[in-house]
Design a protein around this ligand. Structure first.
Ligand SMILES: [Zn+2]
Length: 234
């Protein structure tokens, strides 16, 4: 019966936690999926906490701790896919914040206040991650076990790196708003093109291709950051 709980624990320190939980069940166990009878931390009720999103105990209505095994797609009620309906995503975000926002827990116990902070942070994080194509792609890739370490340009093709250098030079030299606009347009068109390509790569389950395209998107994203910074003093 511990199999599900062990698998559900965060990877970091998982072994240590396994040992601890193996002897003495933690009150947080209520939130862990894979356990057939999660218990409410407050009333000990073993009602079906998964039902109704698992945020509240169906018996005492106490807010439950976040489920650490739940990924952003599941939390935001989206299919685990690169294509997301951003209007639906926004709607879900507002719906969740109405359930868990700390403002609604000011009169509740400290435990529930703490849980609501955690839920709220998670919801914000999930929303932001899934909203932007680059972070959504990187997250999806990570769920498939593929990560892109920072600063890996040794495999990047020369032509692409030259293109980036060229844009960076143009940006450094840009003195007028029109010149900045032009660079912004180029970068935006590139990102659109890459977003379409990475979407196709994910559809074909070609994670190596997706990784290559997302790496390029990250370069353009860095340029976008530089544009933003340069715009501040204008
Ligand atoms: Zn309860």
């Amino acid at each position: 019966m511990w199999g599900g709980r062990v698998g559900a624990l965060p990877r970091v320190g998982g072994f240590w936690l396994t040992g601890v939980l193996g002897r003495k069940p933690s009150c947080n166990a209520a939130s862990l999926k894979g356990n057939n009878s999660p218990q409410c931390w407050n009333c000990g009720g073993s009602g079906n906490l998964i039902e109704g999103d698992g945020f509240f105990c169906p018996q005492c209505r106490a807010l439950q701790p976040p489920d650490p095994t739940r990924d952003h797609f599941s939390l935001m009620d989206c299919n685990r896919s690169f294509r997301v309906d951003t209007a639906k995503l926004q709607h879900r975000y507002q719906q969740l914040q109405r359930l868990v926002h700390p403002d609604f827990f000011s009169q509740r116990s400290q435990t529930e206040k703490d849980f609501s902070e955690k839920h709220s942070t998670l919801v914000n994080d999930a929303y932001k991650t899934l909203l932007a194509p680059l972070s959504r792609g990187l997250y999806l890739l990570k769920l498939h076990g593929v990560e892109i370490p920072e600063g890996t340009d040794n495999k990047m093709d020369r032509q692409f790196l030259m293109e980036i250098m060229d844009i960076n030079e143009k940006l450094a030299e840009a003195q007028t708003e029109a010149a900045m606009k032009e660079i912004e347009c180029i970068v935006r068109a590139k990102q659109k093109e890459l977003t379409d390509s990475v979407s196709r790569a994910f559809e074909q389950d070609d994670f190596e291709k997706a990784k290559e395209i997302l790496t390029k998107m990250r370069y353009f994203s860095n340029v976008e950051e530089k544009i933003k910074l340069k715009k501040i003093p204008l």
